[in-house]
Write a new protein. Structure first.
Ligand code: CP
Length: 318
């Protein structure tokens, strides 16, 4: 069977969801459905991106994002190369731009970039000829995480429009919260943020969300409970009295989950601090969609790579 889906987005890069149209987001989600099925076949490979080269350029640690971009590229028959800053000439003082210009000289089609500096992928996108995919930049955006979250929600609930999604935890440091707020509201969900005031940006007035400084009212009737990681590596000063105190007041456990809708699902982008922001019994329980998110990540990243670098007219699956 030939799946003929439009093989282009309206933009050359995927930098964030704030600037992603609902039409492009839906095109990615619909294309990902095709690749989700491919990933469940006995032979999980299609020739779609044969001859294309994808370089994963990671200046920050990653398990899920880097691995799933690599698997996604390989399932599409692209050549995939992983660059990590540790062990590279970055340690000799080579700049981000010089590093990327040198990688670009090897003629990749797409660079998948993770960097600790907010805005790094945007900065690069105006200085290179190939496509850039933001795989997480500082505390700014993580668009493919939000897309895989939307895909997971749509598969679990059959829709996104009209759902209430509560995102709780360390919002200040969370690129996942930002990308999900823009994407899910564009797709018609109501988004709530809940977290201690010390972990909530001082001005949220420009965001399309309702903000709570207690978790219980934010959970009431929620269809989706998205738990954020306490980002130990980005916490500075006395933003939290202790992890134990955080768990006591904001941690998601069976009792608090009882406030959400009876069929609510629980999500977490990973890695989980078990017993801090999320109780292990909930993370491993029947309402957890955590590993569904990880599976969705491969399909969604296949869709993004396909839509950004397939030749015009190239079918997703033939
Ligand atoms: N969710 C996520 O970005 O996980 P990694 O940091 O392991 O890629």
């Amino acid at each position: 069977m030939t799946e003929s889906l439009a093989s282009r987005l309206s933009q050359r890069h995927l930098l964030g969801t704030e600037t992603l149209s609902a039409a492009d987001a839906l095109r990615i989600l619909d294309t990902a459905e095709v690749f989700f099925d491919v990933s469940r076949r006995p032979v999980r490979k299609v020739p779609t991106l044969r001859g294309k080269t994808i370089v994963n350029v990671f200046f920050e640690a990653s398990t899920r994002t880097r691995t799933s971009f690599e698997i996604a590229g390989k399932r599409l028959s692209a050549d995939v190369v992983n660059f990590t800053s540790s062990g590279s000439s970055v340690s000799k003082g080579e700049t981000l731009l010089d590093t990327v210009h040198n990688l670009e000289a090897m003629r990749p089609d797409v660079l998948v970039v993770r960097h600790s500096a907010s805005g790094a992928p945007h900065y690069l996108s105006s200085r290179v000829r190939c496509g850039i995919v933001n795989a997480g930049d500082g505390t700014h955006e993580h668009p493919t995480q939000a897309l895989l979250d939307a895909f997971t929600i749509r598969r679990a609930k059959g829709r996104i429009e009209g759902l209430t999604v509560t995102i709780c935890g360390d919002v200040t440091h969370s690129r996942v919260a930002r990308s999900n707020a823009w994407l899910l509201t564009a797709l018609g969900a109501r988004v709530r943020f809940a977290g201690p005031r010390t972990l909530m940006p001082s001005d949220t007035s420009s965001w399309p969300v309702e903000v709570f400084d207690r978790v219980e009212p934010a959970l009431e009737g929620a269809d989706v409970v998205m738990v954020l990681r306490i980002q130990r590596e980005r916490l500075s000063g006395a933003l939290l009295p202790s992890f134990r105190e955080y768990s006591r007041t904001f941690g998601i456990n069976e009792r608090r989950l009882g406030l959400a809708a009876k069929d609510a699902i629980v999500m977490h982008p990973g890695p989980i601090n078990r017993g801090v922001e999320l109780d292990g019994a909930v993370a491993d329980g029947p309402r957890s969609a955590v590993l569904d998110q990880v599976e969705a990540g491969v399909a969604v990243r296949m869709a993004v790579l396909y839509l950004l670098c397939a030749e015009p007219g190239q079918a997703a699956v033939s």
